[in-house]
Design a protein around this ligand. Structure first.
Ligand SMILES: CC(C)(COP(=O)(O)OP(=O)(O)OC[C@H]1O[C@@H](n2cnc3c(N)ncnc32)[C@H](O)[C@@H]1OP(=O)(O)O)[C@@H](O)C(=O)NCCC(=O)NCCS
Length: 246
């Protein structure tokens, strides 16, 4: 138990630049207190002392602002930073070396008892402040969930998911290769069907604009049209669209 505590404290010192000493981490970090109390509650839960387990968990919530159901499984060196408002559901599993910031919910969307309703975080996942991960799916090892994201489907290992509903950001995409009207952070490879549809529509509109410009130029050069009304009066506002799709 003390070895595990030493390990927890070391992981906080490693991951929080604001942490200065072991004593400070032991006494002033609610995430550490929540882990200690959760381990006790989890043992009681599996020894079938369900009410006692819930009571310990409830005490942990009063003391730290972090609510961890005693049935939840937490790995080693899990770091809950700040912690206030964190909720971890009964069937959630949090892998080794995960980092969870304040206001995170690892929640469920189904009311069925006895089934896996809450997410699994594989090792090394980082869940940003205020993010909600809802459902019994898996967030792959080393994935990052952006602050305030609402994640409702699995995230592959190593990926970064942001937004509501969360979509995977393709950080390898080379922006220089993107067509004229691709929105930032949105690429053809992404899973999000709405982003894909918007992307296709923007490309289509950009292509049509180019063709119409070309046709107008030809007509003008041929002296067939002198009416300025044929020029595009309201060109596509790329920056605005980028911001909206982002
Ligand atoms: C998601 C996160 C992990 C990504 O970090 P990163 O790997 O360095 O990625 P980047 O900053 O390069 O961002 C990648 C893209 O996602 C966007 N993005 C990043 N975080 C976002 C968020 N929370 N919501 C929406 N979009 C976000 C960026 O604008 C960028 O888009 P672009 O490619 O179009 O420019 C990070 O932004 C984050 O939210 N961390 C949580 C931090 C936190 O909760 N801290 C609390 C401390 S108390």
């Amino acid at each position: 138990m003390f070895a595990q505590l030493r390990e927890d404290i070391a992981s906080v010192l490693q991951r929080d630049p604001a942490a200065r000493s072991k004593l400070e981490v032991l006494t002033c970090y609610p995430g550490i207190h929540a882990l200690i109390l959760h381990r006790l509650a989890h043992r009681l839960w599996h020894a079938n002392w369900r009410w006692a387990a819930r009571l310990v968990s409830q005490f942990g919530r009063w003391h730290t602002g972090i609510e961890i159901h005693p049935g939840a499984t937490l790995g080693r060196r899990v770091f809950i930073d700040h912690g206030m408002g964190v909720v971890i559901g009964e069937t959630a599993e949090v892998g080794d070396d995960c980092t969870i910031y304040q206001g995170v919910t690892l929640g469920g969307t189904s009311l069925y008892r006895g089934v896996k309703r809450h997410p699994t975080l594989e090792a090394g996942v980082v869940v940003g402040a205020g993010a909600k991960v809802l459902g019994g799916f898996t967030i792959g090892a080393g994935a990052k969930i952006g602050s305030n994201a609402v994640v409702i489907k699995p995230v592959p290992a190593g990926a970064t998911a942001v937004g509501n509903p969360a979509h995977v950001v393709d950080k390898t995409a080379n922006k220089a290769d993107k067509p004229d009207f691709s929105a930032y952070g949105v690429t053809r490879d992404m899973d999000d069907p709405i982003a894909k549809a918007l992307h296709a529509l923007l490309d289509h509109v950009a292509d049509q604009d180019r063709r119409i410009d070309c046709l107008s130029k030809c007509l003008k050069e041929a002296g067939l049209v002198n009416n300025p009304q044929t020029d595009c009066q309201k060109p596509l506002d790329r920056d605005l669209l980028d911001r909206i799709v982002d």
